[in-house]
Ligand binder design. Structure first.
Ligand code: URA
Length: 259
């Protein structure tokens, strides 16, 4: 790679992430696996920079830098996979949103049986940051669990319980109600560990019957029913970006102005 190119452009993994191909970390793996070409030549180094003059291919397909950043808020129903492609042919969140001109990707994951708020975007920079543990984005979950949850259970959950040998971070946990057979619990978390809410509840002896994510950072499900989606409003995109101290973008954003 010539020296002048190394000084300009952006790093290949960032270019791929911004184009919505995958997260930056996954893009690094793909580069090292030889799946990426620049101007017809396979590149396996991570430091290489590309400019708009370069032709970048991923698995033989030309990668287009995204002009429109697209942000979609989906009310994921239960019984749908959070993935772009399910090898077992189950329904995915992509089946629920109309074919978009830009490819969007889910930001994080909700389990197959979990419903609620899922953000999808082709803004790789924002998505990667929101999924990073340091972003600490606030997530609200409402769970219906088996049995009567006690105040001691609530205290335990809010102080943190051990999952895979690591204590969960302090959380806000509230008992919303119980009829003696089942209870309704609100959990406000800043973490996003695998099946975290279900495992936390299981650990204190209350298996989860139903789980919904009702809030993600500044975003809520207001106005949507399960299976429905909408573009984010401009002020919601700004709130996500500002809250996370990302540089203000000059690119055109596909979002809606509030009326
Ligand atoms: N916690 C879970 O257990 N499942 C989800 O889908 C999200 C958070």
């Amino acid at each position: 790679m010539d020296k002048s190119r190394e000084k300009q452009g952006i790093r290949l993994q960032k270019y791929l992430a911004q184009a919505g191909v995958s997260s930056r970390r996954k893009a690094e793996e793909s580069i090292q696996a030889g799946r990426v070409k620049i101007n017809g030549r396979v590149v396996t180094e991570l430091g290489v920079r590309v400019t708009s003059e370069d032709k970048v291919e991923f698995d033989g397909q030309k990668v287009h830098q995204t002009e429109h950043l697209v942000y979609i808020l989906l009310y994921k129903p239960a019984g749908v996979m959070t993935t772009t492609d399910d090898p077992q042919g189950r329904r995915t969140v992509m089946d629920l949103i109309e074919k978009r001109s830009a490819r969007v990707y889910p930001v994080g994951r909700l389990d197959y049986d979990t419903s609620g708020l899922l953000l999808l975007t082709n803004d790789g920079q924002l998505a990667n940051w929101l999924m990073h543990p340091r972003s600490g984005v606030t997530k609200y979950y409402e769970a219906v669990v088996q049995g009567r949850v006690s105040q001691e259970d609530i205290l335990l959950l809010s102080q943190g319980v051990e999952l895979d040998g690591i204590k969960t971070a302090p959380a806000i946990v509230k008992l919303l109600g119980t009829d003696g057979t089942t209870s309704r619990v609100l959990l406000i978390l800043h973490e996003g560990r695998n099946r975290q809410v279900r495992r936390m509840l299981e650990l204190i002896g209350h298996s989860c019957l139903d789980l919904t994510r009702t809030k993600y950072g500044p975003l809520t499900l207001r106005g949507l029913r399960p299976g429905q989606w909408r573009f984010l409003y401009e002020d919601e995109v700004s709130a996500l970006q500002e809250r996370h101290e990302l540089p203000i973008r000059i690119k055109r954003v596909r979002s809606h102005r509030r009326r």
